[in-house]
Write a protein that binds this ligand. Sequence first.
Ligand code: PGA
Ligand code: ZN
Length: 434
Amino acid sequence: MSNQISKVIARQVWDSRGRPTVEAEVTLVSGATGRAIAPAGASRGAHEAVDLRDGGTAFGGFGVARALAGVEAEIAPALLGQDATEQVTIDRLLIDLDGTPNKSRLGANALVAVSMANLHAAAASAHVPLWQWLAQGRPVRIPLPEIQIFGGGAHAGRRTDVQDFMVMAPKAGSFRRALEITADIYRAAGQLMEARGPITGVADEGGWWPNFTSNEDALDVLTQAIERAGYRAGEEVFISLDIAANEFCVDGGYSMALDQRILSADEMVERMVAWAGRYPIVSIEDPAGQDEFSTLAKINAQIGHRVQIIGDDVLVTNAERVGRASDAAACNAVLIKVNQAGTVTEAKAALDAGKARGWGTIVSARSGETEDVTISHLSVGWDGGQLKVGSFTRSERMAKWNEVLRIEESLGSNAVYAGCDAFFAPVAANLTKG
Ligand code: PGA
Ligand code: ZN
């Protein structure tokens, strides 16, 4: 059988933070090969699958020699002879082989690289682009991009509490146009930042370094940047935030260092509601800690009909946690990061769990990335609706945006931009009325 796996190898390559990471290559009897690289997060949830790192002093403890050794000694022999087109079987094998609930024995970095490389090999064997292999003839949409303008939080020395200040252009009509709009806003934001003092570079995901006096100051400048670029904030272009509140959630309170305040959970709820009233915000990710379902539910109850409430650290790309959050009415959207789950199949299950509830689904990169563009294909092929990749600079980010441009172009007049429909229905309805 030509789809049988004949070879699996892994090598050490380097990510966008200059840290080692795992690249896997899967080769089939047909000669088809697939290759993929594991990304790495900085603001990780406790319930995520964990990477296997060497520790010690070499490379700051981020070495992947043990993860590579596991691929060679255990994963490769187990996969030889398996049918690469049976992704669910392959992933089940990887999960069982690891044997731990959080993938800590062989490492989520090893597993996710092999799982995604296998997916690429299967698509290559079928001689179709990966997105098309995943879609299997089902209708797909080109995702609505969520693009960072300012980076903060764990990605910028905690110069702002909020981690991502982003923009979304759901009414742009096409992905290509959404990127053009973003380019204008990114440039306008740079001009505004320059006027405020020397620009000191960019954060981990390429957004302007956050030189602000408060989180609200950043929101004001972002709103101004949208207008300065010639777009109507709150009509054409909207603000999206990743609060990543888990990073500053201490004993149920929220330590907002920049604002020099510790907010209670209820004050955090009020703050989110106030921001959603004052600024053209359409989406908020992780506005509470990773187990704070009731705080999320309060936020969702007050603004969830007009603002997307995304669970990242709280849901960790886990179908079961999506179910829990749904029961608690805590979110109306789920972020999908394949390496939080550890395998392609588990990530897809979390996405399906979100879709089954009518939620928005956002395929997402990590803050530590590479030239790997697998997630661009997942967002289209799974009809994910939204894509979050970081900012509009640095090639590990641009590679992913550019790949979606190519896919959109290849679809020609059949390309459908997800736009407003990418949101939970009440949020979409609110956007499109009037
Ligand atoms: P991370 O953050 O990749 O650093 O964990 C990204 C996010 O919180 O969405
Ligand atoms: Zn996040």
